[in-house]
Structures are given as structure tokens and as C-alpha cells.
Write a protein that binds this ligand. Structure first.
Ligand code: SF4
Length: 413
């Protein structure tokens, strides 16, 4: 979501004459888009702002903006912590920046935000809802991005048509909880309706979506993934813990058994589905036995990919206010490594079954003279040729399959 926000803001600034620069010493304006989902992310943001502050103290004309999840409704603490930052922007609230540029740089405000549009990359992010109503105990998102608001279907369709006319072939629909898309809209609309509308758009070849929540992944959504060929059969469904005790303290709203049942339904309706998930280790009160439950779950489900995170306390969350961060860091790190080692083995086994198989790959770039892209399961596959261009969709016969990437020969050049 942050990448999508940055792209949209960058595009808006481009439309009023700014150019991107990699050189922070010579840039007029530096915008740090912050993520505070984990302590390590916040540390990176702090280091970046400190670095920019050094530059600003040499040249007071520079503008520093801090935006994203680090910025809540009140900014007093941030102002005290970062006195050289000119502006603090809450996620997707770009107006104050445009106003500042108008005042300091004479930029014409008219037409800037209305032109907010992503750069046409072959695979583009399309935010379809913002915010979240779930309030999981560990998560800061609802406090920073607010309650859930869905963009109306015609608005999303218009944006995707424009992207398609600019050469985009793959879109990833984004929402903090994309499965609850539409619940706040007046009609009885769901993500399934959005899929159906977007499926009609010419030149869009693939539709992906992130991130799902087990509570809201209902049968209509599952059936539409199964029946609409452009919707990729690749689902990220975070479970966060395999222990019912921890799921309850996390306030996730489902049990381990309900999660497994949902996966079984998905696999029954979409036999060729690739499942990925997010999991947190070391949440408040997580015992060795709770952790064993998580290991059992990943060994039972066998995910194609797993995003593992070490729990870190986020100020303002329910967990930080009401629970104790009582798992030792050494235990958190050990559990993190254990899970990743098991997952790497599972991924290697799953991918090795693709050896000799043909996979449809959409080319996204080139590294070391070889083009690469992703298949419908979101797996990275390198080809044996440099003769392809971005957006080409080719069949690749897999001749190497490791846990993290695969390679093979293009058979329909
Ligand atoms: S559903 Fe996701 S974004 Fe919403 S509170 Fe839970 S973890 Fe955070």
C-alpha cells in the first residue's frame, strides 16, 4: 500500500513539473513515506529523516515531508522529535503538501491532485479500499489509516481502463483487508463484484489482490476467483498464529480449526491455487507449545510462501496498552529462524514438483542478460533469453526449481 501511495504521489508531483531524484543532497524536496508495522521499519524511517536533517541544516531551502503510517491525527510528538521536518502527512492525505508547494514553490494547485495517477508499469497497484475496521491487537493500521473506505466500482474501473490504455497488463487490487471491499458502499457489493467488472476490461490479462482476512474471505469471492480466468489463483491469507490462545489474544476473530477449514474449501473450489500467508512469532504470551501449534499448522497446510515477522510492540495498539511483550528476543529470533527454515524446505519441495512443467510467465524485467517475470502463482521465474520485452506472456518449461526462484526455457518464442 505504501509503494502504491508513493507511486501516486510521485506521479502527481511529476504532473506539476517535479522530477524524481536519487540524490538527496541536491533535491528540493524529500518525502519519506513511513511504515511502522514493525520496530525495524520505524528505525529505518528515523535514520532516513536524520540523514535528511543533516542536509537541511546545510541548506534551509530544502523541504522535508514525513508521510504514511508514522503520522497519526496528532503530530505534537513527531514535531518535537523531528523539528526540521516541514510537514507531516497522514496516509493518502496529500492536500497539505500541495498547499505547501503552492506557498513555498509557487506550484499551481489546480489540476495536481485530480491528475493523481500511477506511472504505467506493466504490473500496477490499484488501491481499492483504505483503512481497516478490524483492530487486531498488534496492529497500528486502523489508528493510522482510519476506518475502512471502499472506492466505488466505476471509479476503480475508470482508473484500470486508463492503466490498460497505457499498456498495463496486470493489476494488484490493494486493501488493508481487501476481502471486506464494498461493505461500506450503499449497494450490496463485494470484491467478487469488483472482480467481475474489472474482468471485462480489454488488455488487462491478470488480476491479483492483497491482503485477505480469513473472516471476510467468503464463498462468493472464492467462487469468482475459481470462475474468472483473469483472476490469478494465488491467495495471501494471513493466519498470524497457529495457536487458538494466541489467535484469541490477537483478536483475530477465528480459530485455527476455522482457518484450516477455510483453506480446505479454497483448495476444493480452486484445486490449482497457490496459498501464501503471514505469521507473527513471539506475540505476547506465546509459549513454546503455542509456537509448536504454529509449526504444526505450516507443516499441515504447506504454503507456497510465508511472510514471517517477529512481534514488536507498537505504541497505541491494544497489545501495547493491555498486554505484556514477555517473550525474550532470543526466543523470538530462534522461533523466527525455525519457521523460516521449515518453510524454505516446504517451498523447495512444492517448487520441485514444477520441474519439467510449463508455466505461463509475464515478463517484468531483465537481470544478468536474462529476462524474468512471475507466473500466475506469483513465483519468480527466469527465462533462458534476453529477447523478450516487458509485458510479453510466454510459456516456460522449468528446468531449475529452488525455494525462492525458478528458471526455464521459453518454448513459444
Ligand atoms: S486486519 Fe490487517 S490491517 Fe486490519 S487490524 Fe488486522 S492486521 Fe491490521
Amino acid at each position: 500500500m505504501n509503494v502504491a501511495d508513493s507511486e501516486r504521489l510521485s506521479s502527481a508531483l511529476g504532473s506539476v513539473g517535479f522530477e524524481e531524484s536519487e540524490d538527496i543532497r541536491n533535491s528540493n524536496i524529500s518525502i519519506v513515506n513511513s511504515c511502522v508495522v514493525r520496530q525495524s521499519s520505524e528505525d529505518k524511517v528515523t535514520a532516513k529523516v536524520d540523514q535528511l536533517t543533516i542536509e537541511k541544516r546545510k541548506n534551509q531551502e530544502k523541504i522535508i515531508v514525513l508521510m504514511g503510517c508514522m503520522v497519526g491525527p496528532k503530530t505534537n510528538n513527531l514535531e518535537a522529535r523531528f523539528p526540521d521536518v516541514d510537514l507531516f502527512l497522514q496516509p493518502q492525505n496529500y492536500e497539505p503538501l500541495i498547499q505547501l508547494l503552492y506557498e513555498k514553490k509557487g506550484i499551481d494547485k489546480e489540476g495536481c491532485l485530480s491528475n493523481l495517477d500511477v506511472k504505467p508499469r506493466i504490473s500496477s497497484f490499484v488501491p481499492v479500499s483504505h483503512g481497516c475496521d478490524k483492530f487486531c491487537a498488534f496492529c497500528i493500521i486502523p489508528y493510522r489509516r482510519g476506518r475502512e473506505i471502499s472506492r466505488e466500482i466505476p471509479v476503480v474501473v475508470d482508473e484500470v481502463k486508463k492503466l490498460a490504455s497505457n499498456g498495463v497488463k496486470e493489476i494488484t487490487l490493494l486493501g488493508q483487508n481487501v476481502d471486506s471491499y464494498g461493505y461500506d458502499l450503499p449497494e450490496d457489493l463485494t470484491l467478487a463484484d469488483l472482480f467481475e467488472s474489472l474482468h471485462e476490461i480489454d488488455n488487462i490479462e491478470r488480476i491479483r489482490f492483497l491482503t485477505s482476512h480469513p473472516i471476510d474471505m467468503d464463498i462468493r469471492i472464492i467462487n469468482s476467483i475459481a470462475s474468472l480466468p483473469k483472476v490469478c489463483e494465488s491467495i495471501n491469507l494471513p493466519f498470524q498464529s497457529g495457536s487458538n490462545n494466541i489467535l484469541q489474544t490477537m483478536r483475530r476473530g477465528y480459530s485455527r480449526e476455522e482457518y484450516i477449514e477455510l483453506i480446505n474449501i479454497i483448495r476444493d473450489k480452486i484445486p490449482n491455487v497457490a496459498m501464501s500467508a503471514d505469521v507473527i512469532v513471539g506475540f505476547c504470551g506465546e509459549s513454546e507449545s503455542d509456537f509448536e501449534d504454529t509449526i504444526d499448522l505450516i507443516e499441515e497446510i504447506k504454503f507456497d510462501k510465508l511472510h514471517t515477522a517477529i512481534y514488536s510492540e507498537r505504541p497505541g495498539t491494544i497489545a501495547q496498552r493491555k498486554m505484556k511483550d514477555d517473550v525474550k528476543m532470543s526466543d523470538k529470533q530462534r522461533r523466527y529462524k525455525t519457521l523460516n527454515d521449515i518453510q524454505e524446505k516446504i517451498q523447495g519441495e512444492i517448487n520441485s514438483k514444477l520441474l519439467g512443467q510449463i508455466s505461463e510467465v509475464m515478463i517484468e524485467g531483465k537481470r544478468r542478460e536474462k529476462t524474468f517475470g512471475r507466473n500466475r502463482h506469483d513465483k519468480i521465474i527466469y527465462t533462458n533469453t534476453s529477447e523478450l520485452k516487458e509485458g510479453d506472456i510466454v510459456d516456460v518449461k522449468i528446468d531449475y526449481a529452488g525455494p525462492w526462484a525458478m528458471k526455464g526455457e521459453v518454448i513459444n518464442l
